[in-house]
Design a protein around this ligand. Structure first.
Ligand SMILES: [Zn+2]
Length: 470
């Protein structure tokens, strides 16, 4: 009989930021992990006294470092990582028609696998343990990469059943095919990789979805008890088109409310162009919103995040894809979310408000709100007994954070991606002392460079040179 390996780990003598409902932070705290589960959390002296003998080989002295729940990135396009830098500083139509669609429609399954590995490395380095895929072409290959990376993910297929100007290679699928293919992915991958992978339903955006697709997606998600990931109210043109073609007063959110698609399992990415009425609709239906500050600044506009939070909407943070942001670091997004929304206050109200979206709110958005957004807050999002062991260790003793006079604000305003020292997902170290343990980072970088240049060549994408390159 196989001997049961003792996997008990005791982390002690660190600042433990639990993000639990009581906002507990242990100044000199400890956390006990058995396998994939947090068993106990509390004062170091108490846990050392109780468990020192059980955890003999797994005792880690944190030496005053900070432990947080793993961050949750609620809007990522893992398939777009190989497209970093192909659409910088171009107008929206060029972005979509000349760069992103040719790129995505020429992607092979292997490209998707490599792209997800590359993206995953950046996610892990920024302290992410769970992400929500916004929708890509080859979900099985994403799943293969996620399983290997050791991350947790809600994977989604990019789903469209109508729309104009799409690449020839993309035969427009019937509604039936869209639903059936996602059901098959669900059967194949949902709850695999020790429960780390979930399959969600996807709707790319309303301009590529018939009413039939929207309604069947809602019903199928309900039947499978899973979530729906959709880009919502990204640009004014989207709302105008909805007003003109679907006969409602405002835009996408008003229409989704009208046809009863707004539900608590809908993760609405961006939601930038929403009216006060629509904020009310989102709040009443308990729709979750993923705020992607960098991508919004670059491509979309100011989302009314403060208003949504004030209305009780669960707002979390996302990076969006590499061609809309270039950086897949949730650490950067925390910093940006805080600054942009303070700036927006001054812009919209004509007076400054430095108290808007304080650091503790931003930390919630990146942790427990993220967990709620991906319908997983019963297991992740805070450090609590009986939840899964998804956590990160932050080393604050470097030029970027010293002196730490206000620990919580330092995590938002000072912390850099490089301060993330170690990452554990589902009880397994996936990065330790800044070394990724699950995949060979050097090999992934090499194959990504090669795959990206071959893909751009195949897709006929050329990037005009800037300045006087000689
Ligand atoms: Zn997106």
């Amino acid at each position: 009989m196989e001997k049961k390996i003792n996997k008990v780990t005791l982390l002690h003598s660190g600042m433990i930021v639990t993000m639990d409902s009581q906002n507990r932070v242990y100044r000199n705290g400890a956390i006990l992990i058995d396998g994939d589960t947090i068993i106990d959390i509390g004062q170091s002296s108490q846990l050392l006294y109780n468990y020192q003998d059980h955890a003999h080989s797994g005792i880690i002295d944190l030496q005053g470092k900070i432990v947080l729940p793993g961050f949750i990135n609620t809007h990522v396009h893992t398939s777009q990582q190989l497209a970093r830098g192909i659409a910088d500083d171009v107008d929206l139509l060029t972005w979509l028609h000349k760069r992103i669609w040719p790129y995505e429609s020429n992607m092979t399954e292997e490209d998707s696998y490599i792209s997800t590995l590359l993206c995953g490395i950046e996610l892990i380095r920024s302290g992410v343990t769970c992400f929500a895929e916004a929708g890509g072409q080859h979900v099985s290959e994403m799943a293969r990469a996620v399983e290997q990376l050791g991350l947790r993910a809600c994977l989604t297929q990019s789903t469209m059943d109508c729309g104009q100007g799409l690449p020839e290679k993309w035969a427009l699928h019937t509604t039936e095919y869209c639903i059936q293919s996602q059901k098959q992915l669900y059967d194949k991958h949902h709850d695999t990789a020790d429960g780390r992978i979930k399959i969600w339903l996807g709707v790319r955006q309303i301009m590529n979805a018939t009413d039939k697709l929207l309604l069947e997606t809602r019903d199928t998600a309900k039947e499978l008890k899973t979530g729906i990931h959709m880009h919502v109210a990204e640009i004014p043109y989207e709302n105008e088109l909805v007003v003109n073609t679907r006969e409602v007063a405002h835009g996408t959110v008003t229409y989704l409310e009208k046809i009863k698609v707004l539900e608590g399992n809908l993760l609405a990415a961006h939601s930038v162009w929403v009216s006060d009425n629509e904020i009310d609709f989102l709040s009443k239906a308990k729709v979750k919103v993923s705020h992607c500050p960098a991508a919004a600044m670059r491509m979309l506009g100011f989302a009314p995040i403060k208003e949504m939070l004030d209305a009780g909407i669960c707002v979390s943070l996302g990076t969006d894809g590499a061609p809309s942001n270039n950086r897949m670091s949730i650490v950067d997004e925390m910093y940006l979310a805080s600054l942009i929304n303070k700036g927006r206050e001054a812009f919209t109200k004509g007076t400054t408000d430095p108290t808007a979206l304080p650091a503790e709110t931003i930390l919630k958005m990146a942790t427990i709100n993220g967990a709620e957004s991906v319908l997983w807050d019963n297991e992740i999002g805070s450090l609590q007994a009986r939840k899964r062991a998804d956590l990160i260790i932050v080393d604050p003793f470097s030029w970027s954070m010293v002196p730490v006079n206000d620990c919580i604000s330092s995590l938002v305003y000072c912390m850099r991606t490089e301060n993330i020292e170690s990452v554990m997902c589902n009880g397994q170290w996936i990065m330790k002392d800044r070394k990724i343990l699950t995949v060979n980072e050097g090999d992934v970088l090499l194959s990504a460079k090669k795959a990206s240049s071959e893909l751009l060549r195949r897709a006929g994408i050329t990037i005009p040179s800037r300045m006087n390159v000689i």
